[in-house]
Design a protein around this ligand. Structure first.
Ligand SMILES: Nc1ncnc2c1ncn2[C@@H]1O[C@H](COP(=O)(O)OP(=O)(O)OP(=O)(O)O)[C@@H](O)[C@H]1O
Length: 302
């Protein structure tokens, strides 16, 4: 039976709650903070993600987007607050998560065939007797077909194009039949056609199974029509809400502590004047702390 995602709800700028849905959250953060040593990457994060919800995680380099995904995967502990995934500690929920990593992590897999990667998704983390080989092979073929990757099932990943490789990685992530799909910059270095193909695959899974999607991206426009809410991380602060609430000149100017203009042109969102842009890493190791201090000085709760 097809899952019908709920209609877009009114999010909150504080980040807690999802506008009164009574469906249990699949991801829940309360007062969550993540630090590396003295460096606070984000803090005071309250967020519930519901089944079938599409959450885009935006922000400049170094804002803590990948760290957020690592926390959900149980690979990075919080420094404060609480995080539950499917009602339990994240590492206990890991087998219910599908993960599409950043493109850059290819080298170790360059010689792995597409079908082997998907197969690893099926039985790679299970203990005990493996499912019968024939059944696994059929399942791998089904998954490869569902992501349009049958034609290159036996080709090593290193020989595939970026778009082909992303299809296979989504296949691997879906092989676990996940309740939550975590995608870390899956559109990076893809052309528009492949960006669309990848987002459609992710959205199809969400619609058919009610899989919640956490989608890290620098570029909101390819997913703008799908996104329920945005988590915008910027230099220690954050905003949570619908795209209409968060992607405004007012909200982003508050978040960055300086004038930022959000312009909508032909249905696309363009952010002008974010001090760090979206490409440059912090110029100075203390920039993040300085930005955070700016917010506090301005009386804005980041
Ligand atoms: N294991 C670690 N130890 C110390 N610092 C880390 C570690 N991992 C990440 N950081 C730092 O934490 C900050 C957030 O990193 P993270 O990779 O989460 O950011 P990001 O928003 O995903 O960045 P990008 O867009 O460049 O991928 C960065 O300043 C990074 O250098």
């Amino acid at each position: 039976m097809a899952f019908v995602p709920r209609a877009r709800h009114g999010g909150t700028m504080s980040g807690a709650g999802t506008g009164g849905s009574d469906t249990a959250a699949v991801i829940s953060l309360r007062g969550a903070a993540l630090s590396y040593g003295e460096r606070v990457v984000w803090r005071d994060l309250d967020l519930d993600v519901r089944p079938g919800e599409f959450l885009a995680v935006l922000g400049p380099n170094g804002a803590g987007k990948t760290s957020f995904v690592r926390a959900l995967l149980g690979r990075q502990p919080l420094s404060a607050g609480e995080l539950t995934v499917l009602g339990r500690p994240p590492r206990d929920a890991a087998r219910h998560l599908g993960y599409v990593p950043q493109q850059a992590e290819l080298s170790a897999q360059a010689m792995v065939r597409a079908r082997d990667l998907v197969r690893f998704g099926i039985d790679g983390h299970r203990f005990g007797p493996r499912v019968r080989t024939g059944a696994v092979r059929r399942r791998v073929d089904e998954i490869l077909a569902s992501v349009g990757a049958s034609a290159y099932a036996d080709v090593p990943l290193g020989l595939l194009s970026g778009g082909e490789r992303q299809r296979v990685r989504i296949g691997q992530a879906l092989a676990t039949d996940p309740r939550i799909l975590l995608c870390d910059e899956p559109l990076l270095s893809l052309d528009l056609h492949h960006q669309q193909a990848v987002t459609e695959l992710v959205d199809a899974r969400r619609r058919s199974h009610g899989t919640a999607v956490v989608f890290v991206t620098h570029e909101i426009n390819p997913v703008l029509g799908l996104v329920d809410r945005v988590l915008y991380l910027a230099r220690g602060g954050h905003r949570v809400g619908t795209p209409e609430e968060v992607l405004t000149s007012h909200a982003l100017s508050q978040l960055y502590g300086t004038q930022v203009d959000v312009v909508r042109v032909h249905g696309r969102v363009v952010v002008v004047g974010a001090p760090d842009g979206t490409a440059a890493p912090p110029h100075h190791p203390h920039d993040a702390d300085r930005a955070h201090a700016l917010h506090e000085t301005d009386g804005v709760r980041p």
